[in-house]
Design a protein around this ligand. Sequence first.
Ligand code: B1N
Length: 831
Amino acid sequence: EIWPRGDEKTWKEGIRGVDSDVPSITKSIVNHVQTSLARQAYNVDNVGAYQAVALSVRDDLIANWNETQLYTTNKTPKRAYYLSLEFLMGRTLDNALLNLGLKQKYNEGVEKLGFNLEDIVDCERDAALGNGGLGRLAACYLDSSATQELPVWGYGLRYKYGIFQQLIAPDGSQLEAPDPWLNNQNPWELPRLDVTIEVRFYGHAERLDKGKAIWSGGQEVLAVAYDVMIPGYHTKNTNNLRLWESKPKRGFDLDSFNAGDYDRAVASSTSAENITSVLYPNDNTYIGKELRLKQQYFWTAASLSDIMRRFKNTGKNISEFPDFVAIQLNDTHPTLAVPELMRLLVDEEDVPWDKAWKIVTNTFFFTNHTVLPEALEKWPVPLMQNLLPRHMQIIFDINLQFLQSVERKFPGDRDRLARMSIIQEGTPQYVRMANLACIGSRKVNGVAELHSELVRTTIMKDFVDYYGVSKFQNVTNGITPRRWLDQCNPLLSDLITETLKIKKEVWLRDLYKLEGLLKFADDPTFQKKWAAVKQSNKERLAHHVETQFGIKVNTSAMFDVQVKRLHEYKRQTLNILGVVHRYLTLKAMSPAERKKVNPRVVFFAGKAAPGYYIAKLTIKLIVNVARVINEDPDTKEYLSMFFLPDYSVSLAEILIPASEVSQHISTAGTEASGTSNMKFCLNGGLLLGTVDGANIEIAEEVGESNVFFFGHLTPAVEELRYKHTYHPVPVEEKCPPLAKVLNEISSGRFGDGSVYEPLLNTIRQVDYYLVTEDFDSYIRALEMVDTAYQDRNGWIKKSICTTAKMGKFSSDRAIMNYAEEYWNIEQIKVP
Ligand code: B1N
């Protein structure tokens, strides 16, 4: 059948391009109000207007998306796929308008219709299908892939509930509420009810000859595709993020239904739907739940089947698979893709085992995001055996061949074999997903220089010995300057454009151009403008805090921010203990002495995993300390502190531009990269941090004199921990000022002290994250911040120089690094 049917000219006339004049825009909005929303003009509120505007923008995205997909399919290039269980997208409307270059036009159009674009944009709910850095990184990489005109698709899950909403109870406890983000329908996705894939669980696997097997029985579930359009910045290229939803293969069991057993009739359909119900709310910790393993397999099986189908449509020979497909594994979560591709090739495509293994190991690339032992995934063999009997066979077969080859290289080294085995021996045995991911991949990367080095020298050391070091290359993370500068900080973006005298579209695609700001760093007029932008962003945050939470904020104080997931390794405790120390110091001063002190407002925000007791207790301590110090008439002018509930991408977009200092104070060697550090610095906030993760590379770029570093270095950490465990020294001896702070908390100065004992004891006893070791130098670093801030012009200069040197941290650089060094894919510009 030839397309189009009928009259080609009539078809072509009907095809809609992107509306870019105000009258067509308003026409399209009104049209959506009237038809899609079935509303009348006098009956539209902000939410209705948001929906209509979103639908109108969506039409433009669909036009570009369609052209991109058709054009790319016809070119049959090599494609890359980013498999991630998390995509922390945030809001879409504002971003889409900026990327399409239509913001100004829509502003005018919406105004004409009696609305204000900012209010409309504020009606959108965040798409929060992620926990923290790992999920937000995936979102930044999609933006950069589209902007760099690379043929990259994301694959993930369409959770019905994203990361929980955080509420803070009056006593300071974190409460969790569900996030039913799809309740007010989602204009940014295209349901592809015709794209479905069957996914099997359980059953049994029967071995045939030549390594093949038949997997049958068990339960079959349907994966349904939802496509999310990802516009590039000022390009027609619009990529795809395909999210899978689980559905029962058959509605429900009619026999049971007819027999009157209604519960049973719907039970299997409920269990199928449960798979994509909810995002697991754990960051940097592994939770060995069967449902999580089901999510992982459901998603990798659906994605691989889809990728295989697309590859086969090109008509190429199966041995060419790695020449047309590259798959990035975002952490070990999608590692089942390795045995699954083996299964597809060997069992279904009849490819001999060795040839299949060659294809597999040339297709996958693996990113490790953490070396924390509690985050490394290990699935019990009995669990996997039951859920995925065929995959368990394949994993054992891969392991056998691999260990034989290790044995040939290192004969008789049994310890080495035990360490490198995919299977950890014991009762039960476990499948080590990082080993499997490494063995099944072409390359392995960490997310910052230090972290990649730690990967090479600790968790993957034996694999470096075996494969050689070239398999283990670093790719430092990045952030998209579109969302994290242009969108969240329009005043700064405009000032930069006006100063550099080049088009915004140019420097936002080549962030190194920011270096052009350096020559204005000493210019008093420019400094003044720079400071005014920061001030205005501080006021925007203060306004937000006041309207949302009813709290007044002193905008002439220094804004000091620590926002990230609550985790012991990130050491929010160090920060809060530092605040208490500051408070006690202020209390001990005379009023005259206090007058010389720099006022400071400390902001915290972040969610704790619902089952993470110590993290939740830390929130409670922050909230209750805040309550006391914010009400103390002696000190409140000089020190106040806020815990902002429900940290999200949208809240970050307000907080980050307002920050003057931000804290990234993990124990050295624990934060793989960090990405908010990059966002703060890009927005001219100075960094107070440890010598860890990407902090190190930021300091390399902006100069050590422009960051505030403190604390022990990575090599010292292990030794100190050993001492703490075997030769403990009481806090009173090691760090008297800290002991005083701990005792003040214990003695009830901030409410019943006994509540906090379990938290304080983590520091008094083993102190695994070395708060006692770094406290002194932390306090000194805070004092250095104060001193630097006294010199207003010096501070502004530091701020300018910081922004100017952040070019490296654009996710465009990172994604091009993947494209060139890992995936070997090329840019395709859609005409
Ligand atoms: O990934 C980010 C890094 O910038 C952070 O330093 C790192 O902590 C973060 C299991 C994780 N590592 N591991 C996770 C998340 C969810 C989960 O279920 C682990 N997140 C990170 C981006 O590279």
